[in-house]
Design a protein around this ligand. Structure first.
Ligand SMILES: [Zn+2]
Length: 148
């Protein structure tokens, strides 16, 4: 989805609950659109254009965007940072898969073969499926192998 279509969608979804597509919300949506991996609030803040904006403000805006399906939150593994990515209303995919590292708590997107994703989403027709796999990430696995 290009940013023009995304902006139109966001304006419409937010208007349906009496909310506006503010500059902060637009920046968040554009940052999440520009990356395939989910992001923490500190990563979103570091991604430019948020000078002087409070973390709590970004958190509140993410909550509003999540409420209308534009953003989804992926809980961190064992108290790690929550990660945010585009929600079901803002993506054309029928499912997302994420690797949640059990060591460093980083969350990254997993590219599953289309046939695998289709088989899983067939079990939940009409829904956007989110799959979280809790495992040691490649970076931590490499570090661990080098240390032993
Ligand atoms: Zn890791």
């Amino acid at each position: 989805m290009n940013t023009t279509d995304l902006d139109a969608l966001a304006i419409s979804r937010l208007a349906s609950v009496g909310q506006r597509y503010t500059t902060c919300r637009r920046r968040i949506m554009h940052i999440l659109t520009a990356t395939s991996d989910p992001m923490t609030i500190p990563l979103i803040l570091a991604s430019a254009g948020f000078g002087g904006l409070a973390q709590s403000s970004v958190y509140r805006n993410l909550a509003v965007l999540e409420r209308v399906g534009l953003v989804q939150q992926i809980p961190g593994h064992h108290g790690g940072h929550a990660y945010f990515t585009l929600g079901p209303a803002a993506t054309t995919s029928t499912g997302d898969a994420f690797l949640r590292c059990t060591r460093c708590t980083t969350i990254t997107s997993l590219a599953l073969p289309a046939a695998t994703l289709e088989a899983i989403t067939a079990a939940a027709p009409g829904q956007v499926v989110t799959i979280s796999i809790d495992q040691v990430c490649p970076t931590c696995a490499t570090t661990e192998a080098a240390a032993s």
